[in-house]
Design a protein around this ligand. Structure first.
Ligand SMILES: [Zn+2]
Length: 336
């Protein structure tokens, strides 16, 4: 343990409170924060995400230096956690990042550590979001859970025995590209019929366009002057919220597809809780109740299992940064 000279994890010789930084790198912004040993957020700030791996390292180093400076009088920062959307391996290398510019095979930890002079820990953003739910959110005290994030695509995390499962190479818990329909629509990953083609924001848009092509969703199509290419998931949810029955039907189909992937996750991991995060969770009231119903229909032996709770994530916009901070805090002994 890196701070073994301070067995109680409390104030160091400097008299300052131990703290860690967490940074979440999204496609457009980086959210950084500092938490102390009581999990309290001390400061938080947002920077734009630079384009390109070297620029991101510079940005991370700059944000880290800024956060250290802002808390330096009262806190001693012991480590930096970084959460990134994409496949992150256990050495802290970003293998594949579809949402970041020129950042595949980006050795985040090895490049950042010498820049900031602090231990750096890197994980996938959904794993970080799951850590936030475990520490301060809806999964507190939960041993076995699955987190799925329904955004542009689908991210995920697997919690077993109260811990995030990272797998052999660090890439476990990636349900978005599970094949649910091998004859289905083309996915960005090169395969066809991945779960996220149906059950993400892009999936809802696809289901909406498909319904429109069959003559449904007429009010939405009229508002778009018949241009189906402009039809996004939000058009469906907005119309659903206004009581449009054809939009409600699309949302019902969407809920079925969400439940299909959830059932696959549940068949593999037997969770007590499925946490739903990501941008679409703000419309959970529109499709969540149907997901619960369909999950019982498509999950094998549902009537012989304890019911699986499906609940929206509660850690909010800062979940990724908070979870990255919890990763660093656990690894450095600031939190136990
Ligand atoms: Zn795919």
């Amino acid at each position: 343990m890196r701070n073994s000279r301070e067995p109680n994890g409390s104030n160091s010789g400097s008299g300052k409170a131990p703290a860690v930084i967490g940074i979440d790198i999204g496609g457009t912004k980086m959210l950084g924060l500092v938490i102390d040993e009581t999990s309290r957020t001390v400061v938080q700030e947002k920077w734009p995400t630079p384009k390109g791996a070297p620029e991101i390292v510079n940005g991370l180093a700059g944000l880290t230096a800024d956060l250290v400076e802002r808390t330096g009088e009262t806190h001693e920062v012991r480590g930096v956690g970084v959460g990134i959307a994409g496949l992150v391996d256990s050495s802290g290398r970003l293998r594949r990042a579809p949402n970041l510019v020129d950042s595949d095979e980006f050795a985040v930890r090895d490049l950042l550590e010498p820049n900031v002079g602090l231990p750096v820990f890197v994980d996938n953003d959904a794993n970080c979001a799951a850590r936030a739910e475990l520490h301060v959110g809806v999964a507190q005290g939960v041993k076995h859970a699955v987190l799925i994030t329904l955004g542009t695509g689908i991210g995920g995390a697997l919690i077993a025995d109260g811990k995030i499962v990272r797998g052999a190479a660090g890439m476990a818990g990636e349900p978005g590209h599970m094949l649910v329909d091998p004859a289905g629509p083309q996915c960005v990953c090169g395969l066809k019929g991945c779960w996220e083609r149906y059950a993400s924001g892009a999936g809802l848009a696809y289901l909406g366009r498909r319904a429109a092509e069959q003559g449904d969703l007429s009010a939405v199509v009229e508002n778009l002057d018949g241009d189906l290419a402009r039809l996004h998931g939000e058009h469906v949810t907005r119309a659903g919220r206004l009581g449009d029955p054809q939009a409600a039907a699309v949302l019902d189909t969407f809920a079925w597809w969400v439940s299909v992937g959830m059932a696959n996750c549940a068949a593999m991991s037997d969770p007590e809780l499925i946490i739903v995060g990501g941008g679409l969770v703000r419309d959970w009231d529109l499709f969540g109740p149907r997901v619960g119903v369909y999950l019982n229909e498509v999950l094998v032996a549902a009537e012989h299992r304890p019911p699986i709770r499906c609940e929206p994530a509660v850690a909010g916009e800062a979940a990724g940064a908070l979870g990255a901070a919890f990763l660093a805090a656990t690894e450095t002994g600031v939190l136990r």
